[in-house]
Design a binder for this molecule. Structure first.
Ligand code: PBG
Length: 324
């Protein structure tokens, strides 16, 4: 059977028909909204390279959380700016740091949001690397204890999910053991399993003040050319106890997302990262792209490639567009 009997256009005639046969619908509940919290009170600074995204103190953060909840977004992932940085990044596991206070505040407010925290040291270390540095080297095993301690402090504050993004070998296992020993068997781990060494994190490093002060992250984050290695990372994280895995960035790695989706049964997340967001915003501001259509097409593509949910800075806008 072919044309003129087959006419695919019949099912595209109006939006009712189109939405009936749509293979990949988007919902606000597919999204996790990344947020940046900082010390102080009544602080709300827009990140220059990320229009619409703010570094904010816990009071302001809580106001935005209410909005996020009302939009039907599933949850948030938190990043923190420290009061001061040091060699080991010790504010990462301080019970009084911005992330820990923000988690406690959102839990106390009883909002219907999954509260995730990013577990990493780069925002907290003076050198800006994701682990302990000695003689210019990022050391693996000595970093594990600090990451595990950080994850436990997030769990203690009330986090539902901890998400290690450092890419040290063995960190998922170290975190699972530490959580269990501290009595947090119910806290899940979303592993940034396939996290690539990407130029697309540029705006985030402005938002989080986490650019490395020397060198780059190539000795721990993945080479953008590799996909088999992503499956290996995913397998190791699952063996070590990850409940969910993530591919990051999303848009240049849709093939990786698809390969991971096919190889595991656990939920797979994708991180539509800062640079992907900033490109859309910048082009839209110039009148070069239609922001709404571009963002929705990107998010649909990420879901279609295999993501069960998406961490995205477009979450609030997209939730509004979906509701319209
Ligand atoms: C911390 C971390 C980064 C991102 C998430 N967690 C930055 C990096 O690895 O340099 C990037 C998120 C984004 O670009 O939106 N390690």
């Amino acid at each position: 059977m072919s044309f003129p009997v087959e006419r695919p256009r019949r099912l595209r005639r109006n939006e009712r028909l189109r939405s009936l046969v749509r293979e990949t619908p988007l919902a606000a509940s597919d999204f996790i909204y990344p947020m940046f919290v900082c010390p102080g009170k009544r602080v709300r600074n827009e990140v220059p390279s990320m229009p619409g995204i703010f570094q904010q103190s816990v009071d302001r953060f809580l106001e935005e959380c209410r909005e996020v909840e009302q939009l039907g977004i599933s949850g948030i992932i938190l990043f923190g700016l420290p009061e001061k940085k040091d060699e080991r990044g010790s504010e990462a596991w301080s019970p009084d740091a911005a992330v820990q206070r923000a988690v406690a505040a959102v839990k106390k407010a009883n909002l219907d949001l999954v509260v995730m925290t990013d577990v990493c040291l780069c925002e907290y270390t003076s050198h800006g690397h994701c682990g302990v540095v000695e003689d210019g080297e990022v050391l693996n095993d000595p970093s594990l204890e600090l990451l595990a301690q950080t994850a436990v402090s997030h769990a203690r504050a009330g986090a539902d999910v901890v998400a290690p993004s450092d890419m040290m070998d063995g960190r998922v296992g170290a975190i699972r053991r530490a959580l269990d020993e501290a009595g947090f068997t119910h806290v899940s781990i979303l592993a940034y399993s396939a996290k690539y060494c990407s130029a697309f994190y540029g705006p985030f490093r402005e938002a989080a003040g986490s650019a490395p002060q020397f060198g780059d992250r190539r000795s721990y984050q993945m080479d953008p050319a590799n996909v088999r290695e992503a499956l290996r990372e995913v397998r190791l994280d699952l063996v070590e106890g990850a409940d969910m895995v993530m591919v990051k960035p999303a848009l240049p790695y849709l093939d990786v997302l698809r390969a991971v989706r096919r190889s595991v049964r656990v939920p797979v997340a994708a991180y539509n990262v800062s640079g992907e967001y900033s490109m859309v915003k910048a082009a839209a501001r110039n009148g070069w792209l239609d922001e709404r259509r571009t963002a929705m097409e990107i998010l649909t593509g990420i879901r279609r490639a295999g993501a069960d949910f998406i961490l995205t800075y477009h979450a609030k806008d997209a939730a509004r567009w979906i509701a319209e």
